[in-house]
Write a protein that binds this ligand. Structure first.
Ligand SMILES: [Zn+2]
Length: 265
């Protein structure tokens, strides 16, 4: 496949996944089933036809209004779809199409969903958070555990080290965040880092490894400073910044690692 068709394919897969993310974002915080009932308008309750449900295109064709009752459809839906499509394409640029592409893209898609949910509810569902962590931990198993063409299992020794490194990096990061949260709580008598942040720190450690995960935390902290200053006592959701830091560190990994080796070689 040429680069153009690779990116286009990745984009379309991402748009479809983005459409499903919208379902998760809307339903999981309300405790609703993600599969039933089928998609419907939240205002009038009419079930959507398949052509009302095409990522991005339907929203544009319907001019952002429900086909039945004309009540406005949030811009959040096409935005999440577009961002997911783009992130699948950008990941494909680095990994090519394959298992790694799909799993890494899925992890970032879950981090995007968690970010949106954190923005709206200041709390994120463990189900999505732990799925992202499990995918990041088990990526070496999915990549090297068996031959996808024949289905034959491969020798555990081939990827044991990679798997152990991911569990170790995840544990170190989760422990560091737990300690940080505990320390801050002692100081200001308020919960600063929640359980969700600790799980995401684990995902970051597993996905990025050391030292790249430190770059991601640094970027996340820098990005979070400005809204924290303006918030003046309001809650600032931290998950979106952790997700964005992880994304930037992962995408620009070669650059950051070159700087790192210049500084610490
Ligand atoms: Zn409607």
């Amino acid at each position: 496949m040429g680069l153009g068709s690779t990116l286009l394919f990745a984009l379309f897969v991402g748009l479809a996944i983005g459409s499903f993310l919208n379902v998760l974002i809307v339903r999981i915080p309300k405790g609703e089933n993600v599969a039933f009932p089928p998609s419907h308008c939240p205002a009038c309750g009419n079930a959507l036809k398949w052509w009302h449900n095409i990522p991005l295109l339907s929203w544009v064709a319907l001019r952002g209004k429900c086909a039945y009752c004309k009540s406005p459809i949030s811009r959040l839906y096409p935005t999440v779809e577009l961002l997911t499509g783009l992130l699948f394409a950008v990941v494909a640029l680095k990994t090519g199409l394959g298992v790694e592409w799909f799993v890494v893209s899925l992890i970032f898609a879950l981090l995007l969903a968690l970010s949106v949910i954190d923005f709206e509810y200041y709390a994120v569902p463990d189900s999505l958070n732990l799925t992202a962590l499990a995918l990041a931990l088990l990526l070496p198993l999915l990549l090297f555990g068996w031959d996808w063409a024949t289905g034959n299992l491969k020798d555990f020794d081939l990827y044991k080290e990679m798997l152990l490194t991911r569990f170790k990096d995840a544990a170190v990061m989760a422990l560091a965040f737990w300690l940080l949260g505990y320390g801050v709580k002692l100081l200001i008598k308020k919960d600063a880092l929640g359980e969700a942040d600790i799980i995401i720190a684990g995902t970051m450690g597993a996905l990025l490894g050391f030292p790249l995960v430190l770059v991601a935390i640094y970027i996340a902290a820098l990005l979070a400073i400005v809204p924290a200053l303006f918030a003046r006592g309001h809650m600032v959701p931290f998950v979106p910044f952790l997700a964005l830091g992880t994304w930037i560190a992962w995408v620009f990994e070669p650059t950051f690692m070159r700087w790192w080796s210049l500084l610490y070689a």
